[in-house]
Design a protein around this ligand. Structure first.
Ligand SMILES: [Zn+2]
Length: 310
């Protein structure tokens, strides 16, 4: 039986018919009241427990909130760092791309320069018997040419009539003058030398100098004179021309030779002016690539052409 409030308890006692039922009801009420008190105590205890738990949870929540706030802050920092890294990464990628472009450009330039600087020369392994044979022919032609200052008109070979005519005019070649040695470069605009006189870089003899130039470049007479040889060999000098220029102050005969041409524009006996086109350059004969091999010969002996070019 449960009763709430003292009013109801009094009502319960006063409505008893006799003392016996009064006492019985009183005992009952006392028991109930005792039980209520124990219940209340238990409830209070439970409530205290709940309050404690609640406080504990509140502390935990506060700690959690604090931790969350710290983590949020760290997350923000990380996000900021990540953004910065991404920006750096973009910047690096851009720089890399720019470097790649620069690299490609410089590679291209290098390739162009390499192509331009190809150091074409003769092969250096030609058969010595073949070299001797060609040289003997050249010597025979040069020694057959009579100097203009000689009174005789006798000139060896089929070019004699032409030489006689020149001798009589006296202006197509030089006679005992060092002006004959003032020569112009045989390939205009090409002064770069890939192999000089008197040796290749290997140390092997080289009788002239090589001017690398693309096939078809204009090859000109280094000095005025008479064409004394036009030969088209598939070895040695290839398509080559020799020009006789007369004699220097010491009376030495002056001859120039132009080798490895792709085309020859003059004929034996023809007179040419200084700087006049005589051939187109090429790579005929014993040659590694397009270049012009140029020789100066004094009394048939090869000398350094560099000393006479300007
Ligand atoms: Zn050469």
């Amino acid at each position: 039986m449960y009763m709430s409030g003292s009013c109801n308890i009094f009502t319960a006692l006063l409505t008893c018919k006799d003392i016996s039922s009064f006492l019985t009801r009183y005992e009952m009420i006392k028991t109930v009241s005792k039980s209520d008190s124990a219940l209340l105590k238990e409830v209070n205890s439970k409530m205290a427990e709940v309050t404690n738990k609640k406080n504990g949870l509140a502390d935990k929540k506060a700690a959690y909130d604090k931790k969350k706030s710290e983590l949020d802050s760290q997350k923000k920092q990380l996000s900021s760092k990540q953004k910065s890294i991404e920006q750096n990464s973009n910047s690096i990628a851009n720089k890399k791309a720019s470097l790649a472009t620069d690299r490609a450009e410089s590679d291209k330039l290098l390739a162009e320069l390499t192509a331009q600087n190809k150091q074409y020369t003769e092969f250096r392994n030609e058969d010595s018997a073949l070299i001797e044979q060609v040289e003997n022919e050249i010597q025979a032609v040069i020694s057959g040419v009579k100097p203009p200052e000689e009174a005789t008109t006798a000139v060896a070979g089929k070019n004699s009539s032409k030489i006689d005519k020149i001798d009589q005019k006296g202006s197509d070649v030089y006679s005992k003058s060092n002006a004959v040695l003032n020569m112009t470069y045989p390939v205009p605009g090409h002064h770069g030398v890939s192999a000089g006189f008197p040796n290749y870089s290997s140390g092997k003899y080289h009788g002239g100098i090589d001017f690398p130039c693309s096939t078809g470049s204009k090859v000109v007479a280094a000095q005025k004179g008479i064409v004394i040889t036009v030969k088209r060999l598939n070895y040695s000098y290839g398509y080559y021309v020799m020009i006789y220029h007369g004699t220097d102050a010491q009376g030495r005969s002056v001859v120039t030779l132009y080798a490895h041409n792709s085309r020859i524009l003059v004929s034996p006996g023809q007179t040419v002016k200084k700087g006049e086109a005589i051939a187109k350059s090429g790579s005929t004969g014993n040659s590694t690539g397009p270049h012009s091999h140029f020789e100066v010969r004094l009394n048939g002996s090869r000398v350094n052409p560099k000393n006479y070019l300007s």
